[in-house]
Design a protein around this ligand. Structure first.
Ligand code: ADP
Ligand code: MG
Ligand code: ZN
Length: 619
């Protein structure tokens, strides 16, 4: 179907417009055809017509080519009734003579006298038709969404923000990323400084990092700092049902950007279009065309105009090499998960918008949230604020913050799950097992909480460990001790009840994972040696492992993993056996109180003659 641009841009309210126009036209139409004093016609036979003439009842006769309209003498002006009959096919040559004799006036209408009215009629019909079609198309294209009616370019989605309102102040931590981006800001502010020397300006930078670390935020901050417009499009928005739409959007995007230079063009989630083109499964035409168009546009535009392209992805490894070559996204800016200081800063940034209690220990919260992204931390602050409202407070205290961390990490408390006495006992011994093993090993992190209150995550209880300081490396001893702590729960159950439960499944999974990584990635197994067997496909999403080894090695790896885990399990059991009395009294306290804090835990151990090192008494 032939169609002009932008039909899809017709929104629903506009459709209502058309309906209104239609209505108005209809009313005009009604008005044009006067209804008052409208004559009615009564059909009679030709014979009756002749009789009327004979009887002298006829005043006037209108003769058209097919119809004879008769005006009777006794015509009521307010309610006129005319008579009508067909023109007799056989030529009645007597009719005119008869009418002349009777002195009846007769006439025939001139056909062209209605010309303007007919033209108007035609016009109205046309208008109704066109409006009707508009509405039908509108409904159609809505149903098809990305669909049939939206060939050609579509500019409706590319909306430039005049100002993002974000600055580097809003981005906490990420100092290296900010440092690199500052150069781009400078370039946008005074491009002359660079072009005078003859320096080629950077065309684009790729922000790379795990989800929620602030890539989108950073891109907006660059635009905000440089006070330039921000054009953003998400990679998935380029790719539509029809081949060619994505490419035309790319063209549009660049056209607009050049018109508004200096500005920032931001392509979020670029991996949606930038996936490497030669896949084994055959290509995706639409994506390839879009990517090709993007490459062509990036090469084509003159960077001295002051257009900088930023893109973000958390899967850099799948990107097409052509995107990464110099002159395109040649700069790669890593936006990684925040470290301790970074987390502290992010918490503070988001705490600004929330009423906080005077003495909040941000260090403690940051320590308890290793591995959390900026988005997670934002979520924690908000969660704490909601909890405070629920508790009837007017500000957020440390307690709510730590509760929020716990809820995010372990899930909410689930009061509706009621454990039987025996289950409670089992869970208590299980958790106490973890805690005690952890306390008695050297290379472990301090216990900060033991609880047997079920959580919405499905855990019936858990032992929380909070590091005293941020760690970046893990030694072999630490890895082994961690596996031993995971084994502590099951070991305690077996030791005390001589029976094991399903409660340890998660522990087993984690212990096995650590052992597998020790063997296949970190070269910590003497038998396998300094060899990489598993490599991660996605650095930032942490999923997708590819193994590369012979069947024989795979078998060896499996037996090595089993050896490590079972040795740790034996060690855990031995530790608990030797300290059975402490285990019993701890479990008894836990059954009674349901929660033991890190401090209480250290105190109880002290009464049993075990003094924890300063670094191992949990908060
Ligand atoms: P990404 O694009 O990397 O997935 P976003 O930029 O969308 O992540 O970040 C999501 C939210 O998390 C942001 O809106 C922001 O509120 C918060 N956030 C993430 N990182 C930071 C940071 N470094 N400083 C402040 N807030 C952050
Ligand atoms: Mg993002
Ligand atoms: Zn456990």
């Amino acid at each position: 179907m032939e169609k002009k641009d932008n039909k899809k841009g017709v929104k629903l309210p506009v459709a209502i417009y058309y309906v209104a126009i239609l209505l108005v036209i209809f009313l005009i139409w009604l008005w044009l055809v006067p209804s008052a004093g409208k004559p009615t016609y009564k059909e009679i036979t030709y014979k009756e017509f002749l009789t009327m003439i004979e009887n002298g009842e006829v005043e006037k006769v209108e003769l058209s080519s097919t119809v004879i309209t008769i005006q009777p003498k006794d015509l009521d002006k307010s309610k006129p009734v005319y008579y009508r009959t067909g023109m007799l096919m056989l030529e009645d040559t007597n009719l005119l003579q008869l009418m002349n004799e009777k002195g009846i006036d007769y006439w025939s209408p001139i056909q062209t006298s209605n010309f303007w009215l007919s033209l108007l009629q035609l016009f109205v019909m046309l208008a109704i038709g066109v409006v009707g079609m508009f509405i039908i198309m509108r409904i159609f294209s809505r149903r098809m969404d990305a669909g049939v009616m939206s060939f050609g370019k579509n500019t409706s989605k590319i909306v430039g923000e005049k100002s993002t309102g974000k600055t580097f102040e809003d981005v906490a931590g990420q100092d290296e990323a900010k440092q690199q981006l500052r150069e781009i800001v400078d370039f946008l502010e005074n491009p002359g400084k660079y072009t005078d020397i003859g320096a080629k300006l950077p065309k684009g930078a790729l922000l790379v990092g795990p989800p929620g670390t602030g890539k989108t935020l950073l891109a907006k901050a660059v635009a905000g700092e440089a006070k330039v417009p921000f054009f953003s499009l998400s990679g998935s928005e380029f790719v539509e049902m029809f081949v060619g739409v994505g490419a035309s959007r790319v063209r549009d995007l660049f056209k607009q950007a050049v018109e508004h230079a200096p500005c920032i063009v931001f392509i979020d989630e670029i991996d949606a279009i930038g996936k490497t083109r030669d896949t084994v499964f055959g290509g995706n035409d639409e994506r390839e065309q879009t990517l090709n168009q993007l490459l062509a546009e990036m090469d084509g535009f003159d960077s001295s105009k002051g257009v900088v392209i930023l893109a973000a992805t958390n899967r850099p490894e799948v990107l097409d090499k052509a995107l990464l070559r110099p002159g395109r996204f040649d700069r790669r800016i890593i936006v990684d998960l925040p470290d301790l200081e970074g987390r502290k800063a992010i918490l503070k940034v988001h705490a600004k918008g929330v009423k906080m209690d005077g003495d909040i220990d941000y260090d403690a919260v940051a320590l308890a949230t290793a591995g959390a992204s900026g988005a997670d931390l934002e979520n924690i602050i908000n969660e704490a604020a909601i909890r405070s409202v629920r508790a009837g407070r007017t500000d957020v205290s440390q307690k709510e913050l730590l509760d929020a961390v716990e809820a995010v990490i372990a899930g909410e408390e689930k009061k509706s799950t009621v454990l039987t006495e025996q289950e409670k006992k089992t869970v208590s011994y299980h958790e106490t097992g973890h805690a005690l093993v952890s306390a008695l090993l050297t290379h472990t992190e301090p216990v900060s909480k033991i609880t047997i209150i079920p959580r919405t995550s499905g855990a019936l209880g858990y032992t929380m460990q909070t590091p005293k300081e941020e760690k970046h490396l893990m030694s072999k001893k630490e890895a082994l001790d961690e596996i031993t702590v995971f084994a502590g729960g099951r070991a305690s159950e077996e030791l005390v009840f001589g029976e094991i439960t399903t409660g340890a499944s998660n522990d087993i999974e984690k212990a096995t994972q650590i052992a597998r990584e020790m063997v296949t990635r970190f070269g910590m197994s003497d038998k396998i040696g300094f060899v990489c067997i598993d490599s991660r496909q996605s650095v930032y999403l942490g999923d997708g492992v590819t193994s590369d080894c012979s069947d024989e090695t795979a078998r060896e790896v499996d037996s090595e993993i089993r050896a490590i885990v079972s040795e740790c399990y034996g060690k855990a059991k031995r530790i608990l056996e030797e300290n059975r009395d402490i285990l019993d009294s701890l479990a008894a306290i836990l059954i009674e109180k349901e929660n033991i804090s890190g401090k209480e835990f250290a105190e109880i151990l002290k009464t049993k003659g075990i003094d924890l090192e300063p670094g191992k008494t949990g908060a």
